[in-house]
Design a protein around this ligand. Structure first.
Ligand code: SF4
Length: 312
């Protein structure tokens, strides 16, 4: 059986799991191509206007493979942490797609609750049954897929750069180089190293989140808030760039909370949608790095001045 896996949304984080699971079931995995202009245009054409860019792009990935597979996975990911949800758009993703894109193949739209192994296995059993009747094979495939995911190193931590910034945002905005116009390469070229939330200990993130008057309902909000405010507090690095999707409700709330907490810690918010131009993005990044450099130089001058005046 040919099973389609769209290369959008949380694909970047969980592809080792899903691909290994399908391979172990002897399915042929059909992955869509890396995001490109055709995929974007198809997504914009079929998706509702109000959706954010990652959801539009996901529609484009569906168009890219829907006619090449017998079964298509539309990941309705509900939870990856207890008592939290991913995003309302993830919850309704299958309905959005089925109602907007004609001539769809067979799809799996069962909700995925991945807060523990048992819950995830329940979803895998449903998918597995659509491919094989062999229950032992499904169990074996699940074990191998879990192992593959556990061995997968995810996240960015550059070393050896004089200036370093935190790159914040949803995984698809950070790891889809079409959406972020290859921001990692641009920053490295400017002599700036990058760190992402995966390299911060969970406890540090949780400590920050606990200071909020209300527990965040959305996992993305919890991670972005905890990571950015912890980095700002510990003054570990020079600044943060938040890649935000235009029309993302979660981002609009969490960004206000972050700004309120971090004071004058340098933060650049890059809002992306299908109209974002690379030239404008480059200019904003360069100006931000320039600003960080000037700030650092000023601080160096002030501390040298203090040292001299206290000596004399
Ligand atoms: S969290 Fe925001 S960017 Fe991600 S799918 Fe939901 S609305 Fe879109």
């Amino acid at each position: 059986m040919k099973v389609g896996v769209p290369k959008g949304l949380l694909y970047y984080k969980y592809y080792p799991f899903i691909e290994r699971f399908l391979i172990e079931l002897d399915a042929e995995v059909i992955t869509s191509r890396d995001t490109n202009n055709n995929i974007l245009n198809a997504g914009v054409k079929y998706c509702v206007d109000e959706a954010c860019l990652p959801i539009k792009i996901f529609h484009g990935h569906i168009i890219d493979i829907k006619d090449k597979c017998d079964l298509l996975i539309i990941p309705r990911i509900m939870r990856v942490h207890p008592r939290e949800f991913i995003c309302p758009k993830f919850c309704g993703l299958p309905e959005m797609i089925i109602n907007s894109i004609p001539n769809m193949p067979k799809v799996i739209i069962e909700p995925i609750y991945a807060t523990n192994e048992n819950e995830l296995y329940n979803w895998c059993k449903k998918l597995g049954k659509m491919i094989t009747k062999d229950k032992r094979k499904i169990k074996g495939a699940f074990t191998k897929a879990l192992e593959e995911q556990r061995n997968f190193k995810f996240g960015i931590k550059d070393e050896g750069y004089k200036k370093n910034i935190a790159l914040v945002g949803h995984p698809y905005n950070l790891y889809d180089t079409f959406i972020n116009m290859n921001i990692l390469k641009k920053l490295n070229k400017l002599g700036v190293g990058v760190i992402t939330e995966e390299y911060m200990e969970e406890e540090k993130i949780n400590l920050e989140v606990e200071t909020l008057f209300k527990r965040p309902f959305w996992t993305f909000a919890r991670n972005s808030y905890g990571f950015t405010t912890a980095i700002a507090k510990n003054n570990e690095i020079d600044g943060a760039i938040y890649i935000s999707s235009f029309a993302c409700g979660i981002d609009s709330v969490v960004l206000e909370l972050i700004k309120e907490k971090i004071g004058d810690f340098p933060l650049l918010v890059l809002k992306v949608d299908e109209h974002t131009g690379e030239g404008g993005l480059d200019t904003r990044i360069e100006a931000f790095i320039d600003m960080i450099e000037r700030k650092n130089n000023n601080e160096d001058n002030i501390s040298t001045f203090r040292k001299h005046t206290s000596c004399s």
